[in-house]
Design a protein around this ligand. Structure first.
Ligand code: SAH
Ligand code: SF4
Ligand code: F3S
Length: 439
């Protein structure tokens, strides 16, 4: 008999990756059937995010919903994993005493043992065991054409607003051997695209045969695997962009023409208060250097508006930066004070409505530039990775451009999934593109 697992993931791609690993761990012990509604589950796992207050609240809301299934099925095991687990630990029991297991991102390799222990008493495991987990994770059996691959854990930047260093621990790079072993396993399971993951992938550093390896080297090494057709990486910090990465953009065609480089704000005063350790000018220098190598490269970013002390003038400088760089599809958020972070204690005098207005203004501008870029794609032929069937139409497949836009196109050839194809962009829609396969 297989166990029915309902697993829900919140937050970033690291968490998506971790959820995959939790599934691998459970599957290494017994047959697991993934279900998409919690009602009939034997095990429910919420892999949580605490980056902003809203993300955290969603978890408790979902736990409240799941509680009623536990009332019907006393054997149901409920686990809370991820960053809320790491941050709140046993406090979660106060709001949700029916939870069985609480475990942090560095403990997921112990999922089976923790679930077993929780048959007797509720269990909490939130260690910062560096990245020992990678030595204990089973090979994956999941087929993934576009496969995420974590190359580092945690973050040591301690931006004043951010919980990540407290929930995931200090930054630690995986060894090259460990990464390549996982890569080979991913290729065995059909991977043709690799997405290198970490909170700061361009801080990656390892020593291999006496030589220092940086992100650019790692990408070069991975690109030499014939089966891998395309490589992405996310996320990068401006301070860790180095010559090695520039060289890689120049030398490795398999590295996509897209760069996600979060800037957060265009005001030097705010950047200092965020402890980002770069200036608007040094950020712009990186943009101009990368565009000397790949002139048309789309650059995307994350932004925080309404950081404590952000004046109208500071915000104006963010808008000006957006106009200068013409960012592609980006993410923007209102500052959310997180417990235990320095920014949560900073004086914040901007009203909620003012922050909402600023966010709207920023998003309108960002949307305008990303729409302009989509329109520019109309009529061009794009090299795209086929990812699967289109959501709405049976006789269509879905692919992704290098700049990560979804393109739907007519085709019944399911064996194209995982392959790179040329697609002419015929129509630009608000959230996707429509195209036709070129032979
Ligand atoms: N390591 C990455 C991103 C980490 S989290 C980086 O440094 O760029 C993803 C994004 O969430 C951040 O880039 C930031 O824009 C946003 N974020 C993080 N903490 C936040 C907070 N307290 N309030 C609002 N947004 C936040
Ligand atoms: Fe958070 Fe800053 Fe680290 Fe990004 S670099 S994860 S924003 S502390
Ligand atoms: Fe959220 Fe943790 Fe990722 S806080 S954004 S799940 S690292």
């Amino acid at each position: 008999m297989s166990k029915k697992l309902y697993i829900k993931t919140y937050g970033c791609q690291m968490n998506e990756y971790d959820s995959g690993k939790i599934i691998d761990v459970l599957q290494s012990k017994e047959k697991i059937e993934l279900i998409d509604k919690p009602a009939d589950a034997d095990i429910v796992i919420l892999n949580t995010c605490s980056i902003r207050e809203k993300a955290e609240e969603k978890v408790f809301h979902e736990l409240g919903r799941i509680r009623k299934f536990k009332e019907k099925n006393k054997d149901l095991k409920i686990g809370v994993a991820g960053c809320v687990a790491a941050q709140e630990g046993k406090n979660i029991f106060k709001r949700a005493p029916y939870v069985n297991v609480i475990f942090g991102p560095q403990d997921l390799h112990k999922t089976n043992d923790l679930l077993e222990k929780s048959s007797k008493i509720p269990v909490v495991e939130t260690t910062f065991d560096e990245i020992k987990k990678f030595d204990h994770l089973p090979d994956t059996m999941r087929t993934q054409n576009s496969a995420p691959l974590s190359i580092m854990e945690g973050c040591s930047k301690y931006c004043t607003y951010c919980v990540v260093p407290y929930t995931r621990g200090e930054e630690v790079s995986r060894t090259l051997d460990s990464i390549l072993l996982e890569l080979v396993n991913l290729i065995k399971n059909g991977a043709t695209e690799i997405i290198l993951l970490g909170q700061n992938v361009n801080a990656y550093t390892a020593v291999w045969e006496g030589r220092q390896i940086r992100l650019g080297d790692l990408i070069q090494i991975i690109s030499e695997f014939e089966q891998i057709k395309r490589i992405r990486f996310t996320t990068s910090h401006p301070n860790d962009v180095d010559q090695n990465l520039f060289d890689c953009f120049r030398a490795v065609p398999k590295l996509v023409n897209h760069f996600h480089l979060p800037v957060q704000s265009g005001s030097n005063k705010i950047l200092t208060n965020m402890k980002r350790d770069y200036t608007k000018e040094s950020y712009l220098k990186i943009v101009s250097d990368i565009r000397k190598i790949r002139s048309n490269i789309p650059i995307s970013s994350d932004f925080i508006v309404g950081f404590p002390g952000e004046t109208k003038q500071d915000f104006q400088e963010t808008l000006e930066l957006v106009e200068e760089v013409k960012f592609d599809k980006s993410y923007s958020f209102i500052f959310s004070p997180r417990p235990g972070t320095p920014a949560a204690k900073m004086k914040d005098e901007v009203s909620k409505t003012e922050k909402q207005d600023r966010l709207k203004e920023l998003q309108d501008l960002l949307n305008q530039y990303s729409k302009e870029r989509s329109v520019e794609l109309g009529g061009t032929v794009q090299n795209c990775m086929v990812i699967g069937k289109a959501k709405k139409h049976d006789n269509q497949l879905q692919a992704r451009t290098e700049c990560n836009r979804v393109v739907n196109f007519e085709s019944n050839s399911i064996d194209l999934v995982g392959q790179l194809v040329n697609i002419r962009i015929d129509e630009v829609l608000p959230n996707s593109l429509r195209g036709s396969l070129q032979t």
